[in-house]
Design a binder for this molecule. Structure first.
Ligand code: ADP
Length: 396
């Protein structure tokens, strides 16, 4: 079956067509600057990437452009739209309502809408993508796969904030966690690679990209994760603070004459690696700047590695041990030097790195711990689109 996987942001739409039997990507691409001017890219399997500026006043035009490209007589990979058997949509926030993927119905769309308060930038964009697909392909079954769902297994002690309990009861203020599709995919695949019984294992997944989070996966279930009510909490990120004393909000409001919204915007968009370094939010830029002697770029990297290692230590304690640590996403999958810097903190728990294997591993499944390491360590490229396609098939 052909599964169209859609990951819709407020002004972008990423797509892939995946053959569910072979699990190969038949075509993929990206619509950007939707509602601004519009830029479209399309790449068929084994073919050449096409790119063009194209007006996209709304997501409906973007989806239409994707469908036209997929069925185009010259470079399309499908004869007609009838060959799309199902659509899997990434949805960011499922709140407490969605503990797993679901077939999309009117009621599900209302449910996603109701969770929009918790993800005001993301959920409305996801709904727009769903509605655009429904409009153009009303009879194709669609599935929503939530970033938060995998973490719904967390125990109360892990997800409850130490606030007056009524705020949880009234407004569901709690830790939800994100990147769930990735943490689930990588922990399961990591267990296979390491020959562990997934249902009886202790795994820590470090998803280290522009957005970054760590999850403790015990016996196949997320029992704690570093992101919270929103993706702001936890690790130092490209532009986000991660963990910070909430009192800083009031202090900066007073000192700088800012509103709470303005400070939160700074926490989300101008902080993290970009804020500390003043150079960039991108790890590769920071490595280069640091090598050229830029001290603040070096500090931003030091802070990132240090905090990531602290979370790994904390989650080893949360699970009373750890069998496997997995590194994934842009930095985690590709950067031997970054992994080495983090793992340097963990020799106390018997982690031994195979330096050569670690430096060689980039974008491939690879064991990077030494044979006599007490904890196994793997680089495991994430594949959220494939995970969404698998979930979609499972629900059909
Ligand atoms: P997101 O999906 O959150 O936007 P990614 O998972 O694509 O982010 O990760 C992007 C980050 O990964 C960037 O900061 C980039 O510099 C970093 N990255 C990608 N490849 C490498 C590499 N080979 N070495 C170091 N950093 C890398």
């Amino acid at each position: 079956m052909n599964i169209l996987v859609i990951n819709c942001g407020s002004s972008s739409l990423k797509y892939q067509v995946i053959d569910s039997e072979t699990e190969l990507v038949k075509a993929k691409g990206l619509c950007e600057r939707i509602g601004i001017d519009g830029h479209f890219s399309y790449k068929p399997e084994g073919g050449i990437k096409e790119e063009a500026d194209a007006p996209m006043p709304s997501h409906t035009e973007a989806v239409q452009m994707v469908l036209d490209a997929l069925t185009n007589a010259k470079t399309g990979v499908l004869k007609s739209l009838d060959e799309i058997d199902a659509i899997g949509h990434r949805v960011v926030h499922g709140g407490e309502k969605f503990t797993g993927s679901v077939l999309i119905t009117d009621e599900v769309i209302r449910g996603i809408e109701e969770e929009s308060d918790l993800a005001p930038l993301h959920n409305p964009a996801n709904i727009i993508g769903i509605n655009a697909c429904r409009q153009l392909m009303p009879n194709v079954p669609m599935v929503a796969v939530f970033d938060t769902a995998f973490h719904q297994s967390m125990p109360k002690k892990a997800y409850t904030y130490a606030l007056p309990y009524e705020y949880y009861e009234k407004y569901k203020v709690r830790r939800y966690g994100f990147h769930g599709t990735s943490h689930s995919f990588v922990s399961r695949h990591g267990a296979e690679l390491a020959h562990l019984d997934y249902g009886n294992s202790k795994i820590i997944v470090c998803h280290l990209g522009n957005g970054a989070s760590v999850t403790a996966v015990k016996n196949g279930e997320s029992i704690d994760t570093s992101m919270g009510l929103t993706p702001l909490e936890g690790l130092v990120m490209g532009t986000r603070t991660g963990d910070i004393d909430a009192s800083v909000v009031e202090y900066l409001c007073k000192k700088e004459g800012l509103t709470v919204e303005e400070v939160l915007n700074i926490f989300n968009k101008k902080s993290g690696l970009a804020g500390v370094s003043g150079v960039s939010s991108d790890f590769r830029d920071l490595f280069s700047a640091s090598e050229e002697g830029d001290e603040r770029a070096g500090l931003a990297l030091d802070m990132f590695f240090y905090r990531t290692a602290k979370y790994i230590g904390a989650y080893a304690a949360a699970m009373n041990g750890v069998d496997l640590i997995c590194f994934t996403a842009g930095l985690g999958e590709n950067s031997g030097p970054a992994r080495a810097r983090i793992l340097d903190y963990l020799t106390f728990m018997g982690v031994k790195v195979d330096q050569e294997a670690n430096m060689a591993a980039s974008g491939v499944d690879a064991r990077i711990s030494a044979d006599d390491s007490r904890v196994m360590v793997y680089a495991v490229p994430t594949n959220e689109e494939l995970a969404i396609a698998r979930e979609t098939i499972a629900l059909l």
